[in-house]
Design a protein around this ligand. Structure first.
Ligand code: RIB
Ligand code: CA
Length: 318
């Protein structure tokens, strides 16, 4: 058994972020060494409270949680997505309070501290707007030298956006940050809507979580209730897309990308109708999506198996 890799999670703990967090707690391939929160589904401070509560239920209150950026690099926080994640970010479920408190440092500072502590081995998974990663890069441009890899849930390649015709929420909330993160000197694996919207959790899964008889899994089942209702008009039944847990599973190796070309990706940070779009150069489509020399971003378009069975197997242990 190889030593679990240290992993930093940056999130806007929301409902699917909660699933990603729980999945990482149940993944022996990695050890969660820190969580930074950012405003997105809910404000960064509320996201930190949600994260602390979930970590306590997962008996991992040893994991430091740091509050990150409230506002994007440009503009102000848009107020969250109460119709999707609830007013409190976790489906308006009242979780048992951890009684814990976030770190005194910011998420960007925590990320930089962890990159020093785990230099060369730290894995980064970001499932919210990329503001904290951009702030960390601005504070210390050498950060990529100490990070093993970066996996981002975000963007839409050939798929429509979800907050605009072309914008996916995490990118569109802070396009400037996303552009800086993708331009940095590290390899990024982008897990876009193209593949996350093809991985669903069903009511049978949610029922299994509710009936798990453990500390955390049943709470996740409760947290999913509102989220399932949000997805019903899209899919014609109560279910949910698995955006953030898919990014976590790609990072951990729980699912394997089968179509994931390294191609140039430009984030539209203009003020036009394309703002927040991830413009992926997929002109190699009919040649089997060859990698483009020099490209640093791997865009995951397909994976080897549905996520839900693997995700459920791990969540039901919590
Ligand atoms: O577009 C989906 C993404 O936006 C997910 O990370 C979800 O949690 C929201 O942050
Ligand atoms: Ca998220």
């Amino acid at each position: 058994m190889t030593t679990p890799a240290p992993l930093y999670l940056d999130c806007d703990t929301g409902v699917d972020d909660s699933l990603a967090l729980a999945y990482l707690l149940a993944s022996p391939e990695i050890r969660l060494v820190g969580v930074g929160t950012v405003s997105g589904n809910v404000d960064a401070r509320r996201a930190a409270t949600n994260t602390l509560d979930l970590l306590a239920l997962g008996r991992r209150d040893d994991v430091p949680v740091a509050v990150g950026a409230h506002d994007p690099l440009r503009g102000v926080y848009g107020g969250g997505a109460p119709g999707v994640h609830g007013r409190n970010g976790v489906g308006d479920v009242v979780l048992p309070s951890s009684g814990g408190a976030p770190e005194a440092v910011s998420a960007a500072e925590l990320l930089l501290r962890l990159s020093d502590e785990h230099a060369g081995r730290l894995r980064v998974v970001a499932v919210g707007p990329l503001t904290n990663l951009a702030l960390a890069l601005r504070a210390d441009p050498t950060l990529p030298e100490r990070v093993l890899d970066v996996t981002v849930m975000g963007g839409a390649a050939l798929h429509p956006g979800n907050v605009s015709p072309v914008g996916e929420a995490n990118i569109a909330c802070d396009p400037e940050a996303a552009a800086e993160v993708l331009a940095a000197d590290w390899d990024v694996t982008l897990v876009p809507l193209d593949v996350t919207m093809a991985n669903l959790l069903e009511e049978t899964d949610r029922k299994a979580l509710l009936e798990a008889g453990t500390a955390l899994a049943p709470r996740l089942g409760e947290v999913l209730d509102l989220y399932f209702g949000f997805h019903a008009p899209t899919f014609g039944r109560r279910c949910s897309a698995l955006h953030d847990p898919l990014a976590a599973a790609v990072a951990v190796g729980g699912v394997t990308p089968t179509v994931a070309p390294r191609v140039p990706v430009v984030v539209d940070a203009t003020d036009g109708p394309g703002r927040g779009q991830t413009v992926c150069d997929l002109r190699g489509r009919y040649a089997g999506y060859p990698d483009v020399p020099g490209a640093r971003t791997r865009v995951v378009l397909a994976t080897d198996a549905p996520l839900a069975p693997h995700l459920m197997e791990r969540l039901l242990t919590l």
